[in-house]
Design a protein around this ligand. Sequence first.
Ligand code: GLU
Length: 324
Amino acid sequence: MNQPRIRILATGGTIAGSAGSAIERGYRAGEVGVVELIKAANELGLARVLDGSQVSAIGSQDIGWQQWNVLYQSIASEMDNRRLDGFVITHGTDTAEETAFLLDLALAPTKPVVLVGAMRPADAVGSDGMRNLANAVRVASDPGAAGRGVLVVMSDQVFAAIDVRKAATSGAEAFRGFPRGPIANVTPTSLDWFGPAERAGRGAQFEWPAALPRVPILYAYAGMDDADVACMLAGARGVVLAGMGQGNAPATVLEALARAGVPVVRSTRVDQGSVDRNLEVDDDAFGFVAARGLGPAKARILLQMLLANGVTDPAAMQSAFDRR
Ligand code: GLU
């Protein structure tokens, strides 16, 4: 039987990081190149044909439009290549959820696209990099992973891009899903999906834009006032409020946002929970959009994608957030 063929797109992060010592605390992200990653993966005997390309070698706190554009173009242009069965993106964990969600919005779910990171550098004791990479290759090789959108594999679990969040700053089990938890469990030799592929046969949700508009995130805090809003909004085409609780902010802040003249999406600074329309804040009166289950970082990505695709009507925006 032919072995599955998987393309690895390497961007950097701890999965390609080295500390120079098994017990050293610091590390340098992105030091292990894609050739070395593939060599190490091949030594595991995964029975896959791996090839790769080096998109960048950076910590994911520095990821942005340039890398996202290369990732999108590299995958979209090869999605129908019959000689490839799936894609694995190696990535830092800090912004894994943003890259995964942005690509999820724009790629057709035709073949598996799996983003994977690590919490411990390659040369650290208890490194999780090869475990996670082997698991990611396993998922990317499974035809049953298609039709689920972009997936994130960490610590023997598979998350959908829409749900996944980095929920801890350290420790190998740092990722959680919300509102759904993991959608599968994985090891290099087993993969158990918990439900059907809901997006099988569907196309991409959005056109890939030529650029993404400026959309800041405004983090709400006690004592905040309208002057803080004015500082943040220079040049903004939209704004996401990382509000308190159910997407709240002081009345003066809500009023300043309503006057800002750009779309406003209310999300929450709280780890879990949905922000619902008109519950505590009168979204109808203010003209706001409720982020529902998306946290601020992903609410920002969706708002950017909507704006870049010419969607500015609050009702149309709300229905895009309601579909999440
Ligand atoms: N801050 C770096 C990044 O996101 C390292 C964190 C990690 O990969 O776990 O790339």
